[in-house]
Design a protein. Structure first.
Length: 484
C-alpha cells in the first residue's frame, strides 16, 4: 500500500540533521516503500521548493559534499511542505484536506512523526484524532514520538493517556535512538546468539557492571532545554536505562516486539527502589566548570551535567551485583561503553600480591565510537618469571565489516514503516523508567541534597565520583575508545 510520512516540526534541527538524511539513505538503498510521500509540517513559511532547498543545504553540510544530483532530485519529488500550527485546530482540518488531495483519496498507510517541542505533543495527538487523521479504518495509522517522553512520571502518564485516546498502543512508537544503534542491537546478538557468554552472565561470575555515556562537548546552544532538564532526565531515563535493560534482561522466547519488551520491563520492575538513605549514598551529580557561563544559564544553576547512579536488580540473576550508570557533558572524550567486570579468580596461584578487582577479566562493549568488543584477560609476560599482565582480544566493526555504520534513525524509521516495534519503548517501560528517575531528581532538589559539585571539564567528572568507586573497592574504566 502507498505510504505517507508526516513530520511535525519540519523546520527543526532533528528533521534536518537526522530524519531527512535517514529517509534519503533509505531511499538510496531502495528500502522505502515505492510510493512514499514525505510531508513536512511546521509554522515556517516555506513552500515545497524552499523546504527542499533547506534540507538539501543541510544534507550537503552533513555529508561534506553535495548528494548525487540524480538521487536527490528523485527523492525531492517525494517531499511536500504544509505550513501549519500544531496549536491551531483549524490547521488540522486543512492538513487533512491537503493529505486527501496528495493521496488522491486512495488508501494510504500513514506515519505521523512528532518532532516538535514536546509541550505540543498532546495537542497534536488530540487534534489528529479530532480531525479524523488517525482513523485506522482508512489504513494503518502509526505515530512516532520523539524524546523526551514527559519530564516525570506524571507528565509521561498524561502523555500516554492522550496517545491512547487516539492510537492503540501497538501503533505508538516511542523513540529512543540508542536502540537503533547497530552496536546496541549487537549486544542482543552477543548475548543470545552465542552460548559461551550466557552461563557466566550472572552474579556468580560478575562483580559489577558499568555503563558510561561520556560526551566531550559542553551543552552549547541547547542550554534553555538542558538547564530545565539535566543529565539525569536527558540521558538516564531513556538511553542509560535502555542499555541497562538490554544488558540485564532474560532471553525472550522469540525476537518479537512484546516478548522483548516484556523482558525489559521485568528488569525495570526488579530494580531495587531507593530509600532516603540509599539516595544519598548511591547517587552523585556534578556540573562542569563554565556551565554557568553558557548563554541563558543562570549563574546559580544547580543543573546536573554529570551524574553517577548505583542500581541493584533484585532477581536470581543479579542480586547484589551493582550496576553503575554514569553520564556527563564536557568529559574526557566521547565514549559509550558497557563494562562487564568479572570477579577475581577464587584463588591466585601466581602472585602473592592481591590483585585489585580491576585486574580481573573484563568485557568492554564499546557502543560508540570505534564500535566493537574487547575481552581483557591475564597473560604471562614472556621472560619475566610468572609476571602477569592484562591483555585483550578485540573485535571491531570497522575492521570486520566494510562501510560506515548506518545512523540509528535509518533502522528505526524503517522498522516503524514496517510495523516492527521491537526497538521502541512501550508505555509501561517508559513509566517504570520514570519511577526510577523521579525519586533521584526529587532528592537532588530537596534540602537533604548537597549542592552540585563543580568538576573540571575534559576529565572524567567530579573527583568524588572516583573516590566513591574506590571506597567500594572498584575503579571506573576511564579509557577513551581505542579500537579501530
Ligand atoms: C540525546 C540527548 O538524546 O542524546 C543529548 O538529548 C545527547 O543531550 C545525545 O547529546 C547523545 O546521543 P549520541 O547518539 O550522540 O550518543
Amino acid at each position: 500500500m502507498p505510504y505517507t510520512i508526516v513530520i511535525f516540526g519540519a523546520s527543526g534541527d532533528l528533521t534536518r540533521r537526522k530524519l531527512i538524511p535517514a529517509l534519503y539513505q533509505l531511499f538510496r538503498k531502495n528500502r522505502l516503500p515505492k510510493d512514499c510521500k514525505i510531508v513536512g509540517v511546521s509554522r515556517s513559511k516555506f513552500d515545497d521548493d524552499a523546504w527542499r532547498n533547506h534540507l538539501l543545504e543541510s544534507l550537503s553540510d552533513l555529508q561534506k559534499q553535495d548528494p548525487d544530483k540524480n538521487d536527490w532530485s528523485q527523492f525531492a519529488t517525494r517531499l511536500r511542505y504544509f505550513s501549519g500550527d500544531i496549536a491551531v485546530a483549524e490547521d488540522f482540518s486543512n492538513l487533512s484536506e491537503f493529505l486527501a488531495q496528495l493521496e488522491a483519496s486512495q488508501p494510504h498507510e500513514r506515519i505521523f512523526y512528532l518532532s516538535t517541542s514536546p509541550n505540543l505533543y498532546s495537542a497534536a495527538v488530540t487534534n489528529l484524532g479530532k480531525h479524523g487523521l488517525a482513523n485506522q479504518a482508512e489504513g494503518s495509522r502509526r505515530i512516532i514520538v520523539e524524546k523526551p517522553f514527559g519530564t516525570n512520571l506524571a507528565t509521561a502518564k498524561s502523555l500516554n493517556t492522550s496517545l491512547h485516546a487516539v492510537f492503540p498502543e501497538s501503533q505508538i512508537y516511542r523513540i529512543d535512538h540508542y536502540l537503533g544503534k547497530e552496536s546496541v542491537q549487537n549486544l542482543l546478538v552477543l548475548r543470545f546468539a552465542n552460548s559461551i557468554f550466557e552461563p557466566i552472565w550472572n552474579r556468580n561470575y560478575i562483580d559489577h557492571v558499568q555503563i558510561t555515556v561520556a560526551e566531550s562537548l559542553p551543552v552549547g546552544s541547547r542550554s534553555s532545554y538542558y538547564n530545565a532538564t539535566g543529565v539525569l532526565r536527558d540521558m538516564f531515563q531513556n538511553h542509560l536505562l535502555q542499555l541497562l535493560t538490554i544488558t540485564a534482561m532474560e532471553a525472550p522466547a522469540r525476537y518479537a516486539p512484546n516478548m522483548i519488551r516484556d523482558e525489559k520491563v521485568k528488569v525495570l520492575r526488579a530494580i531495587r527502589p531507593m530509600t532516603p538513605k540509599t539516595l544519598a549514598g548511591s547517587t552523585l551529580r556534578g556540573q562542569y566548570d563554565g556551565y554557568r557561563n553558557e548563554s541563558g544559564v543562570p549563574n546559580d544553576s544547580q543543573t546536573d551535567t554529570f551524574a553517577a547512579v548505583k542500581l541493584f536488580i533484585d532477581n536470581w540473576r543479579w542480586t547484589d551485583v551493582p550496576f553503575y550508570l554514569r553520564s556527563g557533558k564536557a568529559m574526557s572524550c566521547r565514549t559509550t561503553q558497557i563494562v562487564i567486570q568479572f570477579r577475581k579468580p577464587p584463588h591466585m596461584l601466581f602472585s602473592d600480591e592481591a590483585k585489585p578487582q580491576a585486574e580481573a577479566n573484563r568485557l568492554v562493549i564499546q557502543i560508540q565510537p570505534a564500535e566493537g568488543i574487547q575481552l581483557h584477560f591475564q597473560t604471562k609476560v614472556p621472560d619475566a618469571g610468572m609476571k602477569l599482565r592484562l591483555t585483550d582480544l578485540d573485535f571491531s566493526f570497522q575492521r570486520e565489516f566494510s562501510g560506515a555504520l548506518p545512523d540509528a534513525y535509518q533502522r528505526l524509521l524503517l522498522d516503524a514503516i514496517n510495523g516492527d516495534a521491537s526497538l521502541f519503548a512501550r508505555s509501561d517501560e517508559v513509566e517504570l523508567a520514570w519511577e526510577i528517575i523521579d525519586p533521584i531528581a526529587n532528592f537532588w532538589r530537596s534540602p537533604a541534597a548537597t549542592p552540585v559539585e563543580i568538576y573540571p571539564p575534559q576529565l572524567w567528572g567530579p573527583e568524588t565520583a572516583t573516590e566513591w568507586m574506590r571506597r567500594q573497592g572498584r575503579e571506573w574504566f576511564d579509557v577513551c575508545p581505542v579500537l579501530n
